[in-house]
Design a protein around this ligand. Structure first.
Ligand code: NAD
Ligand code: UD1
Length: 333
């Protein structure tokens, strides 16, 4: 069974390639390396001791994709390729709409032409906006507050329309909560350039001394200790969720949407404290103003994925904090 992984050199894509290879799938990666490095391919090979085919191409390019689908007998696609920085999407909306929508439309057209109608798509919990209650189930109303989130919601709509027009398609939409952590080997993980926007990469850079202290965005939220609560999920658990989703689209036609989270909410201070404890390192922080647009709390109902995909996250917060630090410590320069 051959799976095309778009954005397979990225953070979640690379971990998913490892799980796919270890589950016996053949993997073909297409990535333009706009937010990743080519050496990730070798790292995936080292971890799994298996071969991977890599095309350094842009998913928006019809000719390049056509070439891949002609060369390879692709059975199904996992579509990670996309731009993902919320703040940047507000300042460069056209770039986000162009890249995320164009890549998806091009991919779907070429898949259709080659009669490859099985796809797993990376959506985000961001499509729930500010949830009216918790935990969040997949049938909650959807709303977005930034262009990045809007691209995810639009792609979900495109996929629903596509299935409505042709019931031969088999589509799984995965709404990720907050992926953190890294592969145990320390070979692949997340280490954004510059000043990170997200909590765990920021904490790690404070721990390694690259940044002075963490700014905790607000301690007056309606949560256990006043700081924001999120559903953090180990990226390896998340990757395993994709294997279950691929099995599902292989088995039956249809379209369905699943939350991939742990169902547990942790506050910013709980994350900081756990990180300090398991890594035995100090993370200085100060409380600052709320970040505009942030919500109090967000965590998933995991029942649908458990029931229909037979998948649940297994790794605990200790493991997430250890593995995140292990990766960055091993890859400092
Ligand atoms: P990432 O940036 O690490 O990986 C995305 C990969 O796609 C990168 O390697 C990039 O080079 C590639 N890419 C981007 N545009 C491309 C194009 N036009 N053609 C070919 N390759 C292209 O991001 P990630 O964290 O691994 O996220 C993967 C997917 O999951 C994204 O669609 C993201 O929006 C979604 N998602 C991520 C999170 C998160 O917190 N990381 C949460 C929810 C959803
Ligand atoms: C981010 C994305 C969102 C995406 C989600 C899951 C942004 C603005 N939003 O949101 O679109 O769906 O991840 O991947 O990027 N925090 C601090 N200090 C920091 C950074 C964060 O206190 O330096 C706090 C935040 O206020 C929040 C929590 O930590 O309470 C988590 O923040 P972050 O990692 O950015 O994730 P989300 O806000 O959930």
């Amino acid at each position: 069974m051959k799976i095309l992984v778009t954005g397979g050199c990225g953070y979640i894509g690379s971990h998913t390639c490892v799980e796919l290879l270890e589950s016996g799938y053949e993997v073909v990666i297409v990535d333009n390396l706009s937010n990743s490095q080519a050496d990730v391919v070798d790292k995936i090979k080292t971890i799994t001791n298996k071969d991977v085919k890599f095309y350094q191409e842009d998913v928006c390019d019809k000719k390049d994709l056509e070439h891949i689908f002609t060369n390879e007998q692709i059975d199904a696609v996992i579509h990670f390729a996309g731009l993902k920085a919320v703040g940047e999407s507000v300042s460069k909306p056209l770039m986000y709409y162009r890249n995320n929508l164009d890549s998806t439309l091009t991919l779907l057209e070429i898949m259709n032409n080659h009669n490859c109608k099985k796809i797993v798509f990376s959506s985000s919990a961001t499509v729930y906006g500010k949830p009216h209650k918790l935990p969040i189930t997949e049938d909650f109303p959807l709303q977005t507050t930034n262009p990045y989130g809007s691209t995810k919601l639009m792609i979900e709509m495109i996929l629903n329309d596509l299935y409505a027009s042709d019931n031969e398609w088999s589509i799984a939409i995965l709404r990720y909560f907050n992926p953190i952590g890294a592969h145990k080997s320390g070979l692949i993980g997340e280490n954004p350039n510059g000043i990170p926007n997200n909590l765990m990469p920021y904490i790690v850079k404070v721990a390694t001394g690259e940044l002075k202290e963490l700014n905790v965005f607000g301690n007056d939220y309606d949560t256990k200790d006043g700081t924001g609560v999120r559903d953090y999920i180990h990226v390896v658990d998340l990757a395993k969720g994709h294997i279950k989703a691929i099995e599902k689209v292989m088995q039956e036609k249809g379209i369905d949407t699943y939350n991939l989270g742990t169902g547990k909410g942790y506050s910013v201070l709980e994350i900081v404290n756990t990180f300090q404890k398991v890594n035995n390192i100090n993370v200085p922080y100060k409380i600052v103003e709320r970040r505009p647009g942030d919500i109090d709390a967000c965590y998933a109902s995991t029942e649908k994925a458990a029931k229909l995909l037979n998948w649940r996250a297994e790794l605990e917060l200790d493991e997430m904090c250890k593995d995140a630090y292990n990766f960055v410590s091993k890859n400092k320069e």
